[in-house]
Structure formats: structure tokens, C-alpha cells
Design a protein around this ligand. Structure first.
Ligand code: PAF
Length: 277
């Protein structure tokens, strides 16, 4: 495994790479969810590239950029058996002085996470576009846990005619259903015990839809009631939306994206499932 920090080195290695390149962009502090993406990339490609870069442009001024968890030594040890190249640029390497170009995907960034975190997807699409230009992957792998991020990146790739395939991989969960996330480490032990209520609410929505419930409002209402029973949980949004446009639906229409953002103290967790026909 080669660990590099500059764009010039990455470009040189890309030039020398024979066969397909599978790319997993990350912000580090890796967990089983990330590792499942790297394993998939390894299975499907000749060369695996993982980037580790905590992207300041996708954090709001009151968000957790400074305290976002970092553990490079542990990350590199986890990647060693699975990865050929780790690209770990500095902030100055990615955003030099006078940097002023941004990528904005419209419409689907207005809902859900986009509404709750203004500017977030502008930061995500810009950094992912830059990383794609530098790594030039054949395939890039993203977790379905960030469902809207996957939708935004797929749209950007389509709209800007980028020559790569975006692969969405299933959410990896703890035994009690909590979706794996680097931010889970912020939870106190009481909050950690309470957090699986998100998954329970998603399962409730799935069950209601399977029973033939046609009113999306009923799903939102029942999920809200269930989560509100958990005193440590503070709902930011609960959504039942069209899986393509991400606009809220009233009558159930499948496939639908059921998603939520819920705070436990200062820790904001997101989760989702897609209800299919
Ligand atoms: O999902 C993430 O970790 C980040 O949003 C990404 C895709 C690495 C861009 O910074």
C-alpha cells in the first residue's frame, strides 16, 4: 500500500495503473461501512484507491469540522490488506489560496439534508468532482446510508458527462440496527442505547407500507410517535419522499425513500431505507 499526499503523485500513480481503478472517497475514521466499500472495490477492480480528506467545505460554520474524529494510524492499518493507494491530501493541496470554483447540483439538493445543512452538498459535489478529476476512477463507491449524497453524485456524474460508474452499497448496521457512522463515537452510553430507535422507526414504516398503507402521512406520523417515546431523541426531520426527486409524497408511490435526521444531544444521526415495489 502506498500512502501519498500530493495531487502530482496521485496523477503519476494513476498513469501507471494497469486495469480498472476502484475509488472509495472517505473522511477517515473508518468503520465497517467504509471497509465494505473498499472490499467491494477490491473485488471489482485491478487497483483500489481510498482517499482520506476531512473536507472543510461541506461543514457549516456551526458544525463539527474541528472535532470530526480522526485516527490516521488506525485507518491505515485497516486499509493495508485491501488497498493499493491511499490519497491523503492536505487542505492547502485541495483548496489552495484564492480557490474559487464550486460545483452545484440543483433541485435534489434543496430537500432533506440540503435543506437542513445549507451549502453541504455544494461542498460534497465540489470535492468529489475534484477527487474524480485527480483519481480518474473507473468506478466510485458510496454508502447508501447517505442516500441523498449518492443521488446528488449520480446526478452530477450524469449531468457533467463524467466517465465513471457510481456504485451505491448497502448500509452496514450494528447488531441492534444502528447504522454505522463515524459520528456514533460522539454518543454517550445512554444515547447509544437509545439510538437504535431510528432503525425501529424505519422498520415500522416498512411494515406499514407492506400492510398496504397508502397515506405517506401515516408513516411519518407513526414514525414520529415511536421516536418521540425516546426522551433522548430530538427529531429534525422525518421524510417519506419520491426516491428520484426526493420531494415529499402524500400518496404512497414506490420506490420511496424513507429518511430522517434525529439529534441525540449535539450528535446528529441520519438513516434511511428505500421501500421498493
Ligand atoms: O461521505 C463522505 O464521507 C464524504 O461526504 C465524502 C464523499 C468523502 C466527500 O467528502
Amino acid at each position: 500500500m502506498i500512502v501519498i499526499k500530493t495531487i502530482a503523485e496521485m496523477r503519476q500513480l494513476r498513469k501507471d495503473a494497469a486495469g480498472s481503478v476502484g475509488f472509495v472517497p472517505t473522511m477517515g475514521f473508518l468503520h465497517e461501512g467504509h471497509i465494505s466499500l473498499v472490499k467491494r472495490a477490491k473485488k471489482e477492480n485491478a487497483v483500489v484507491v481510498v482517499s482520506i480528506f476531512v473536507n472543510p467545505a461541506q461543514f457549516g460554520p456551526r458544525e463539527d469540522f474541528k472535532k470530526y474524529p480522526r485516527d490516521i494510524k488506525r485507518d491505515l492499518a485497516l486499509l493495508e490488506p485491501l488497498t493499493d493507494i491511499v490519497f491523503m491530501p492536505s487542505t492547502d493541496e485541495m483548496y489552495p489560496k484564492n480557490y474559487s470554483s464550486w460545483v452545484e447540483v440543483q433541485d435534489i439538493t434543496e430537500e432533506l439534508e440540503g435543506a437542513a445543512r445549507p451549502g453541504h452538498f455544494r461542498g460534497v459535489s465540489t470535492i468529489v468532482n475534484k477527487l474524480f478529476n485527480i483519481v480518474e476512477p473507473t468506478k466510485a463507491y458510496f454508502g447508501q446510508k447517505d442516500a441523498q449524497q449518492v443521488a446528488v453524485i449520480k446526478k452530477m456524474v450524469r449531468d457533467l458527462n463524467m466517465n465513471l460508474q457510481v456504485v451505491a452499497c448497502p448500509t452496514v448496521r450494528e447488531k441492534d440496527g444502528l447504522a454505522m457512522s463515524s459520528r456514533n463515537t460522539y454518543l454517550t452510553s445512554e444515547q447509544r442505547r437509545a439510538a437504535p430507535v431510528l432503525y425501529k422507526a424505519l422498520m415500522l414504516a416498512k411494515e406499514l407500507a407492506a400492510q398496504g398503507e397508502k397515506d405517506a402521512g401515516v408513516l411519518r406520523h407513526e414514525m414520529t410517535e415511536l421516536i418521540e417515546k425516546e426522551s433522548l431523541a430530538d427529531i429534525e426531520y422525518i421524510s417519506v419522499a419520491d426516491n428520484e426527486t426526493l420531494k415529499e409524497i402524500h400518496r404512497m408511490k414506490l420506490p420511496a425513500l424513507v429518511s430522517m435526521a434525529v439529534k441525540f444531544g449535539k450528535t446528529r444521526l441520519i438513516d434511511n431505507i428505500v421501500l421498493n415495489r
